[in-house]
Ligand binder design. Structure first.
Ligand code: SF4
Length: 72
């Protein structure tokens, strides 16, 4: 069962490519130039945490489904 949920505000993405660079297993650059999250329901955060903390415009959010709190 998923423990974390990624919420990506694609509208605000400035296409910098950082998330796809630090976490290529779950982030890729789409044909419209913005990044795309491949899997939003996660059991383990792994590199998604680095992707969220490194996003320069803060459009990658991670929610802890157990506590309901937003980690990023
Ligand atoms: S790090 Fe943020 S701004 Fe950069 S591509 Fe990823 S979501 Fe978009």
């Amino acid at each position: 069962m998923a423990k974390f949920k990624i919420e990506h505000d694609r509208e605000g993405c400035i296409s910098c490519g950082a998330c796809a660079a630090v976490c290529p297993e779950n982030w890729e650059m789409a044909s419209d130039g913005k990044s795309k999250c491949l899997k939003t329901d996660l059991e383990i955060l792994g590199c998604n945490e680095t992707a969220a903390s490194g996003c320069p415009v803060n459009v990658i959010h991670i929610k802890d489904l157990k506590t309901g709190k937003r980690l990023y």
